[in-house]
Design a protein. Structure first.
Ligand SMILES: C[S@@+](CC[C@H](N)C(=O)[O-])C[C@H]1O[C@@H](n2cnc3c(N)ncnc32)[C@H](O)[C@@H]1O
Length: 294
């Protein structure tokens, strides 16, 4: 029986399942950018739902299904690879990792952690319970500490919760905030950055992504038109993440996905960024950040 879960009654939590489905679909690529053997189980029937939707799009546009799949999965594929690379290049030196809004991210189970690394994952209880249930027979590859918390709460109790779970304020930390800040309001993002920065000693590392302001506006238009299961929930966008993070003491390198290892071949000129109805000149865009606390 499928575990009770993440139904569309909580559409923001459900985005975690859509991301897992895209990671599962990436595994069907002839050269996947990463290996995630658990994504399909976590995504469940969302994989078939997406593929059947995209088949209809391909038919309606008279283009190959592969092209639709590439366009709809490439950001998640490149983002996952970017964050995997960030972790793989740093994990030998760090023993403490916090993944905020971890969703159905399976890195705690699939990366080559040192056995003494502690990984804290913060998300709402339903998401963490669902993941624990689906992966109940899979041993984590680290010391795994799931922590329920609301990242939007004005009292930032999630921070107290990770401290209670053992988080060490004197130890350099790797933070991942992947696919999260766009779902929060501006003041919530600033409080989140303030809180995690306060908990980070110099040398800590932050992997984060976000969308530009134009993408949030496009999401609002999608909501009005009753479209866009993911983008309609976007609330926060920023056009200068380097400056945003500098304000909290982080030195950031910022990338667009098509520039990360030149998009790993997923952003060819023949498949420009944009949608069927608009090109990219309306201020839309996404960014990926690799930052170090100074
Ligand atoms: C798009 S998913 C991304 C999940 C994961 N980081 C990944 O890339 O696969 C967004 C996640 O953020 C979580 N999230 C959004 N708002 C949250 C909040 N206020 N408190 C805790 N988690 C939140 C959702 O539950 C969901 O798991």
């Amino acid at each position: 029986m499928e575990p009770a879960l993440l139904h569309s009654s909580d559409p923001v939590s459900y985005t975690a399942r859509i991301v897992a489905a895209k990671r599962a679909i990436e595994q069907l690529h002839s050269a996947p950018l990463f290996q995630d053997p658990y994504a399909a189980a976590l995504a469940g029937d969302e994989v078939d739902a997406l593929l059947s939707r995209w088949r209809k799009v391909a038919q309606a546009q008279a283009v190959p299904l592969e092209q639709v799949i590439t366009k709809r999965t490439r950001y998640i594929a490149v983002r996952t690879k970017f964050m995997d690379d960030l972790l793989n290049s740093t994990l030998a030196e760090y023993n403490q990792v916090v993944i905020l809004g971890a969703g159905l991210d399976t890195r705690s189970y699939r990366l080559a952690w040192s056995p003494s690394t502690i990984v804290y994952e913060v998300d709402c209880p339903e998401v963490l319970q669902y993941k624990a249930q689906v992966l109940q027979d899979v041993p984590p590859a680290c010391i795994y500490r799931p922590v329920s918390g609301d990242l939007a709460a004005p009292d930032a109790k999630w921070a107290t919760a990770i401290l209670d779970a053992g988080y060490q304020t004197t130890v350099p930390t790797i933070w991942l905030v992947e696919g999260v800040v766009m779902y929060l309001q501006k003041q919530e993002v600033h409080l989140l950055l303030q809180t995690l920065s306060h908990l980070s000693v110099p040398g800590s590392v932050l992997g984060m992504d976000g969308v530009k302001v134009g993408s949030v506006l496009a999401g609002q238009r999608a909501r009005k038109a009753d479209r866009g299961r993911v983008v309609r929930h976007w609330q926060f966008g920023h056009d200068d993440p380097k400056q945003l993070l500098a304000g909290y003491g982080w030195g950031a390198e910022v990338f667009e996905p098509q520039d990360v290892e030149a998009g790993y071949g997923r952003y060819p000129k023949s498949l420009p960024i944009g949608t069927e109805t608009a090109d990219q000149d309306d201020g839309r865009g996404v960014w990926l950040v690799n930052a170090v606390k100074v």
